[in-house]
Design a protein around this ligand. Sequence first.
Ligand code: ATP
Ligand code: MG
Length: 484
Amino acid sequence: MAGIIKRLFSKKNKRDISPSVSSNNTLLRDAEATVLKRDAHTVSRQKISKNALKVLYRLNEAGYQAYLVGGGVRDILLGLQPKDFDVATDATPEQIQAVFRNCRLIGRRFRLAHILFGREVIEVATFRAGHESSEGSGKKQNKPKNELSRTSDQGMLVRDNVYGSIVEDAFRRDFTVNALYYTVKDYSVLDYTGGLDDLAERKIRLIGDPEERYREDPVRILRAIRLACKLNLSIEPSTAKPIKQLSELLTHVSSARLWDECNKMLLAGHAEATWDQLFREGVSQYLFPQTVQALAAKDDQAKAFQQFVSAALKNTDKRIANQQPVTPAFLFAVILWKPVQELTEKLIAKGKPPYEASQKAASQVMEKQRMITAIPKRFSLVAKEIWGLQHRLSNRRKKSVYSLIAHARFRAAYDFLYLRAGKDPELSELAKWWTDYQDAGPEAQQNMLNLVDNKPRKKRKRKPANKKRTTTKKQTKNVPPKKL
Ligand code: ATP
Ligand code: MG
């Protein structure tokens, strides 16, 4: 692969151009693009979505510059199918809206246009200029309230809406491999930041000073890890180095954004590799602190939990590869399972009845996670249902089985049980019973249920409430007097 890309932009295919830049930033004014002409690269219109092409042509016809950029160009150059297509233009969001009827403007921190084509969305962003960084000098600037670019006390970019030229746009992007521009004017690919070299060497490299870029937006830490795992690229050493020290900055990122990123990391077909790398880089503790703590113990339970989580992540990746549906509710149910169990035990030890303890633990653990990654209620409720059904799955009597099978979350709860079983012989037997039951025909199912129903029930202790009516003098001896 590296060889192919290297050949694609060998010297004879390169042409340097000096873009006209209005900025007084010398670095940018001097920036030159490496241009790969059509016959020197693999980005063909056949590999680009028809809707993305429509957007590019329409913007050009309206007199604007328009480029395919980001994952769309990067993935095609790597021989992969892009997940989505992003467009960059010199038209402002309002000008974009005037060109497309099917356009919706979104975002505050980063304003952009979504062009809607049924289920496909083409994201169109106006060229951004880099903001004036003040964190390097340590100076604080007094800026007007309606400012277009703003950094927080931690140096984080909380607004990024200063428009600029294509060169400025290239340098404010995160990684060099994400800053490649494809135009339908002459079908060439433009590279201002060395992305083609890095692609050839299969490297993720932050543009500019890595520490400053992570401080500006700590989510770039997650993006570096996600893209490295998704594309099988390595994170170049100076880009990798500050991650351990700076990942704590993720605690300043909004829970809504972290939720989005978690979804991208865990539901894009590379969950297992990404999860492992998040651990290795010391990032997980800021995303899933309860899980990290539950895994930290050196005992067999922690080991079993580790295997359970790995099995679930592997399974998720496999389902995505087979185009089967996946839900974040299931994965979050998995990664929070041991924290919920541990808290349940603690609450029982404090005297709470088991059912109440498990309900309370589920809510507390989920709430704590939602503060970090804003899991929408529709998913957190499903995760709680999956947990709630685990106990019920151990009851195989007729009535219970009929109502469980009809339960909307039965399948998820069964899958969860199956993964939990791992190497535990007792749980494996139970999971196998449910597998066999679902595979069996009606007659065989009846036989299975009859076998269970004919087993002698465990003797139940009489409830104290019944004792009350038949209390004898002897029994009252040990009952403490009721407090009034
Ligand atoms: P994917 O395959 O996941 O879509 P992508 O690189 O296209 O990968 P997007 O989230 O679609 O990711 O973003 C599109 C482009 O916008 C990126 O390629 C990058 O150039 C730029 N970008 C996205 N997020 C950031 C960020 N936090 N900082 C700087 N640039 C970013
Ligand atoms: Mg994209």
